[in-house]
Write a new protein. Structure first.
Lengths: 249, 398
């Protein structure tokens, strides 16, 4: 599903070069739940942006669903973002002037979906994140947890294959964080591939696989099977087993 | 993305900043209002002049000595070959000519008792009143009489009569021009300024007398009243051919009203355009205002732009969204400006009812088109800046 081969990302700042990613090789299978951890500045966000086609590798190959994405035009990449990828951010990034429903409709607006269908699908997705009763509230009238759930509804309303979340619980208290994670895990259980960047060991521990970045390099990739503790395989190609703890959302 | 959705999205963004939106709309509105009002005034001036020409008599041909190119420029200057009374006689006899009047002009002081007034003295014939469609307030115009007879009758314009007689009845009184004495036979009804002369401030004597008094042997003009309007061009050619034959040279100019009108129209069009040009400066300022607002908006909404890209908005769509905002701002200003300009013109007309000013339809259309163009032209750069934003950086700025 996702395959990175020796991916480098080098930023040029003035005369200096910052190596944010140094030869990352990684494979993520359909339906996996991967936690991306590592110290600040280790390149987690950079990696996520590349996975999400918001950024391109300086070197190396990125293949998404069999297509080499680095070679595509900007227009094609935006179509991939629209149809195959959902983003969730630490700071929600909801449009303050639109109500929850309008925010969820946004991706469909640019996809040219008719107004009635947009409304209907957005309402359905808001219901799936348990926010039907907040559909007409603007973001400033919602709690942090509710905002993030609106953002999740927006991320999945186009029914993407991959959901990329950059510290989705970074701005939430423990209860709200847990709610949000349960929501994401429920979607993952129904087949959505989930990649979550986090600093929180408790959040990371919920993932089936933990990919550890350090200074732009993958340090280890631990896969938790049911019953087993930690094992480390460098490329993490093992298939995932559905976790019986997680129900349907 | 559907067009209506695009507009709604842009309008939603504008509604988020009511004050800023209102101010930029007002900026454009002032510029557009200026364009509308000034074109209305320019158009009004043009129509006013046209009305004046119509008042001059619509079948009028004016013959003047000297050959002047009448294409474009008004006919002034040129080498003069004199027009004579005999020329006039010949012209008058042309079949398509209903009537004609000779004209000699000089300025002199008309005295009554101890009062005097320097006025143009026009020497002509009885036909002049009909040719120029003049009405008499009291008495009568110059009596019909053979051309070679002089006569000492004088007809006063209303202003001259008022000035010299101060309400007393001038009819039958004697006035002096130089050492010559004239008997007042009529006073003209007020007519007002009519482009060439202020008829109210003229006096009229018979052409022979005028030539004698002012020692002239030639005519200043011959005015020709053509039988019917469709025959204007043919009559013009008749007169030209006749005088070419008589003078053995192509040395007179015959102007139709249409030619004069065209010349004036051109001048007034230029005037209107100049006014519009001035108004456009304020539009350009308003455009820069829009650009400024949109640049601020793009800077403020970096995160939004990043998000739009992250959810799959294509560069063209981001461009269209921001361009639509600029165009909506300008178009809103355009509509408000047309209303404002039309209101201003209406107010003006209520003060000067005789001035036929109203915003021409083309100007309203052009104003709206112009506002659209301003929005697009000044919106495109900020919109392009929006599309060029790197989504990662845009999102990182929260
Ligand atoms: N646009 C950029 N220009 C220059 N350097 C950059 C840019 N973006 C990231 N970097 C650098 O690349 C490295 C990795 O950054 P990245 O944001 O991926 O880290 P991170 O693991 O997400 O950190 P954090 O946990 O603090 O979010 C850092 O050293 C950062 O300074
Ligand atoms: Mg980060």
């Amino acid at each position: 599903m996702i395959r990175l081969d020796d991916v480098w990302r080098i930023f040029t700042v003035g005369d200096a070069e910052v190596h944010a990613l140094k030869g990352v090789t990684l494979a993520i299978e359909r339906g996996e739940h991967v936690a991306l951890v590592g110290p600040s500045g280790s390149g987690k966000s950079t990696l996520l942006h590349i996975l999400g086609c918001l950024d391109r590798p300086t070197r190396g190959r990125y293949t998404l669903e069999g297509r080499e994405v680095g070679a595509l035009s900007e227009a094609e990449r935006s179509l991939i973002r629209r149809n195959r990828i959902g983003f969730v951010f630490q700071f929600f990034h909801l449009l303050a002037r639109l109500p929850a429903l309008g925010n969820v409709e946004l991706p469909m607006l640019f996809a040219g979906v008719t107004a009635e269908e947009r409304r209907e699908r957005a309402a359905r997705t808001l219901a799936a994140v348990g926010l039907s009763h907040r559909a007409h509230h603007r973001p400033d009238q919602l709690s942090g947890g509710e905002r993030q759930r609106v953002a999740i509804a927006r991320a999945v309303v186009m029914e993407p294959a991959v959901l990329l979340a950059d510290e989705p619980t970074g701005n939430l208290d423990r209860a709200a964080a847990s709610e949000v994670m349960e929501l994401l895990e429920g979607m993952n259980a129904r087949g959505l591939t989930l990649v979550v960047v986090t600093h929180d060991p408790a959040i990371a521990a919920r993932a089936r696989r933990v990919v550890r970045l350090s200074d732009g390099e993958i340090q280890g990739s631990g896969v938790r099977g049911p019953g087993s503790g930690h094992d480390t395989t460098p490329t993490g190609t093992r298939t995932t087993v559905p976790d019986p703890r997680l129900g349907g959302g | 993305m559907r067009f209506l959705d695009l507009l709604r999205f842009a309008a939603g963004a504008l509604r988020g900043h009511r004050l800023r939106t209102g101010l930029s709309v007002a900026g454009v509105a002032v510029g557009i209002a200026a364009v509308v009002a000034l074109t209305a005034l320019g158009e009004g001036a043009r129509r006013y002049v046209v009305d004046q020409f119509v008042a001059l008599g619509s079948n009028l041909l004016i013959v003047l000595p000297g050959k002047v190119e009448t294409t474009g420029a008004a006919p002034f200057g040129g080498v003069t070959h004199d027009l004579t009374i005999d020329d006039f006689r010949a012209v008058e006899r042309l079949p398509r000519v209903r009537r004609a009047a000779p004209l000699v002009v000089a300025t002199d002081t008309v005295h009554f008792q101890d009062r005097g007034r320097a006025v143009p003295v026009l020497g002509t014939t009885a036909a002049f009143a009909a040719v120029r469609q003049l009405a008499v307030a009291s008495g009568e115009f110059l009596p019909p009489r053979d051309l070679d007879e002089g006569g000492n009758e004088i007809v006063l314009g209303m202003k001259v009569a008022d000035e010299l007689f101060r309400g007393a009845n001038p009819l039958g009184q004697v006035v002096r021009v130089g050492s010559w004495r004239f008997r007042v036979v009529g006073v003209l009804a007020p007519r007002g300024r009519s482009l060439t002369f202020d008829i109210d401030d003229d006096v009229f004597v018979s052409v022979r007398t005028a030539m004698r008094v002012f020692n002239r042997s030639t005519l200043f003009r011959i005015l020709v009243d053509v039988r019917s309007h469709p025959e204007m061009q043919a009559t013009k050619h008749d007169v030209e051919a006749l005088l070419r034959e008589r003078h053995r040279a192509d040395d007179v100019t015959v102007i139709t009203q249409d030619a004069l009108l065209a010349a004036f129209s051109k001048i007034l069009d230029a005037l209107t355009m100049a006014l519009v040009g001035i108004a456009s400066v304020s539009l350009a300022v308003a455009g820069v205002g829009i650009m400024n607002v949109m640049l601020v908006s793009v800077t403020e909404r970096r995160a939004e732009i990043g998000l739009l890209k992250a959810v799959g908005a294509q560069d063209g769509q981001v461009l269209a969204a921001f361009l639509a905002e600029a165009v909506l701002l300008a178009l809103g200003g355009g509509v408000a400006g047309v209303a404002l300009g039309a209101g201003a013109v209406r107010a003006f007309v209520s003060f000067y009812p005789s001035f036929p000013a109203s915003p021409p339809l083309w100007a309203v259309g052009a104003a709206l088109g112009l506002s659209l163009a301003v929005g697009a032209a000044f919106g495109v750069w900020p919109a392009r800046r929006a599309t060029r934003l790197d989504p990662v950086e845009a999102l990182a700025g929260r």
